[in-house]
Design a protein around this ligand. Structure first.
Ligand code: ACM
Length: 533
């Protein structure tokens, strides 16, 4: 009975709306801002002429890859009017958002049988491509695309996925697969956690032991000598600078910027094992001490960190560097008479003040090189874990433009960071940590995440740049395990970043997810029945 009523309603809608029909027959994820569907379609078979606006700088090889997956056989032409699929920049930017796009499939008014993507930037055109790829169905007559107009833009400019490669090294092929899926989901920021206690994964030419020693360990193998490691793992477990450049380019071709993370002052054991003199307890004891902090009061250590940042900044055109800053175990500073004396001399009453002092200097150094700094929310010096003694008292501010990535502590710390003038990326661990088991963060809970905390003042909402989801690597030693944690939740996080919370419904998301679900099953990323997530 109910079904019949709906059928009748749809028919009425069709008559009343003329050529306009229901929007929900087009299933795109993340959900676009506006879809207008018409009772018509384009069917393209054989070779399909494609025009790429030369000013857009699109990578033709990547466009070919996506269009081929969508069922087309693209051949490229140099005149838009000769093409069946057109990617065209607006002559005058008019969309008010660098990532916005319009996709017009056999739109009324266009006399040609065309699919036209329009945007102000290359990024918008890439998102139009990702949407088009989800619209096609392939049959014996060719590729069918429903006639429609889609106008779309993201709710947030920062839509990140973080991969921890310190705890377990995944390697370039896996990173590229992840970048491909991020691009499919219109995520635009790859946060690359390249160093931590369990391994240093980026070549730094000035300090070769960082990789010769610091890369020869992981979460499951912390106490091997480099020789023992080499006999167990006779391949490289770090990226050369050339490999980094290649991956950064690969990401850029897909519209993704790469943000490297170099942790200071803690999570630094992998560099301290290579150069013990940079660690506070390690220098005193003359041997590497696990969990140690950099001795940030030693100008030679600061120079060491600047040298590293100099090389890092050159490799990543995003000009944003993540400085870590989380979970520093201050006992390593408290146990050092020199560091305690330095704090007294410099009027730094708590170790948290010392951390803020050191991170301030880092933020200013990065700013002097034209870079923005981002760090976990401990960088503000606020009391994150309810321990009064770690609240910094001093009022020195981080460099303007610093981004605070909220992950832990009371949600009011987001407001506090905004009050201090910082932009915030909301990576609340209770919603966005991909290493958490599905029992703790099931797909529906992941999907329910709103990067804007409840009650945030209207004028402060623009300070929330967006969200990241974090794949910490302690318990993902192999690909099956990694993909199990990431897929399908990454789709939920992508939509949390792209579509405003007031337009999101879980059941509707699940319906729109079906096409991507099948692709991920075919690729072997999704192995478990979806209702088990
Ligand atoms: C973190 O999870 N320690 C940022």
């Amino acid at each position: 009975m109910r079904k019949k009523m709906i059928g009748l309603f749809a028919a009425v809608l069709f008559v009343v709306g003329g050529v306009q029909a229901q929007e929900n027959t087009i299933e795109v994820l993340p959900k676009p801002e506006k879809i207008t569907k018409f009772q018509d379609e384009i069917v393209l078979s054989g070779e399909t002429a494609v025009y790429l606006d030369p000013k857009a700088g699109l990578n033709q090889e990547y466009i070919t890859e996506v269009l081929t997956e969508a069922g087309f056989q693209p051949v490229y032409v140099t005149k838009a009017k000769k093409a069946a699929i057109v990617f065209q920049l607006n002559e005058v930017p008019s969309l008010g958002n660098d990532e916005a796009y319009g996709l017009y499939v056999k739109a009324p008014g266009n006399r040609r049988e065309q699919i036209v993507a329009k945007a102000d930037t290359r990024f918008g055109l890439l998102y139009a491509l990702q949407t088009l790829r989800q619209l096609t169905s392939v049959g014996p007559d060719g590729v069918t695309v429903p006639a429609c107009i889609i106008s779309d833009k993201p709710a947030f400019p920062w839509r990140a996925y973080m991969q921890d490669e310190s705890r377990h090294f995944q390697g370039a092929e896996t990173v590229k697969n992840l970048l491909d899926e991020m691009a499919r989901l219109k995520m635009n920021t790859f946060h690359w956690h390249l160093v931590d206690d369990q391994g240093w994964r980026i070549e730094i030419k000035k300090y070769p032991l960082l990789t010769e020693v610091g890369s020869k360990r992981d979460f499951d193998h912390m106490d091997l000598t480099p020789q023992q490691w080499d006999s167990l793992f006779p391949y490289r477990t770090y990226y050369t600078q050339d490999e980094i450049r290649e991956i950064v380019q690969y990401a850029d071709d897909r519209g993704i910027k790469v943000i490297p993370e170099i942790e200071v002052p803690g999570h630094a054991s992998a560099s301290i094992v290579a150069y013990p003199w940079i660690g506070s307890s390690s220098k005193r004891e003359g041997k590497p001490v696990h969990g140690d902090l950099y001795d940030v009061t030693d100008p030679k250590v600061e120079e060491f960190l600047h040298d590293i940042l100099d090389e890092v900044v050159e490799l990543f055109p995003s000009k944003i560097v993540h400085i870590g800053g989380d979970e520093a175990n201050y006992t390593h500073w408290q146990n050092s008479p020199e560091i305690v004396a330095f704090m007294k001399e410099n009027n730094l009453p708590t170790c948290s003040d010392l951390q803020v002092w050191a991170i301030n200097r880092m933020s200013k150094y990065l700013a002097s090189k034209g870079c923005r700094m981002i760090g976990w929310n401990e960088i503000t010096g606020d009391n994150v874990r309810g321990e009064a003694h770690v609240q910094a008292s001093q009022s020195e501010k981080l460099a303007p433009g610093t981004i605070v990535q909220f992950w832990d502590g009371d949600i009011s710390l987001v407001n506090k960071a905004i009050e201090k003038g910082y932009d915030v990326v909301n990576s609340n661990r209770f919603f966005t940590y991909l290493d958490y088991p599905y029992e703790v963060t099931p797909l529906e809970k992941a999907y329910s995440f709103n990067p804007i905390p409840d009650g945030l003042a209207e004028e402060d909402k623009v300070k929330i740049l967006g969200t990241g989801c974090q794949m910490w690597g302690e318990y993902t030693p192999n690909l099956d395990r990694l993909y199990y944690q990431v897929f399908p939740r990454i789709a939920a996080y992508a939509e949390c970043g792209w579509t405003s919370a007031d337009r999101r419904y879980y059941e509707d998301f699940r319906k729109r997810f079906r096409k991507i679900e099948n692709i991920w099953k075919e690729k072997g990323y999704l192995k478990t029945q979806l209702d088990k997530y």
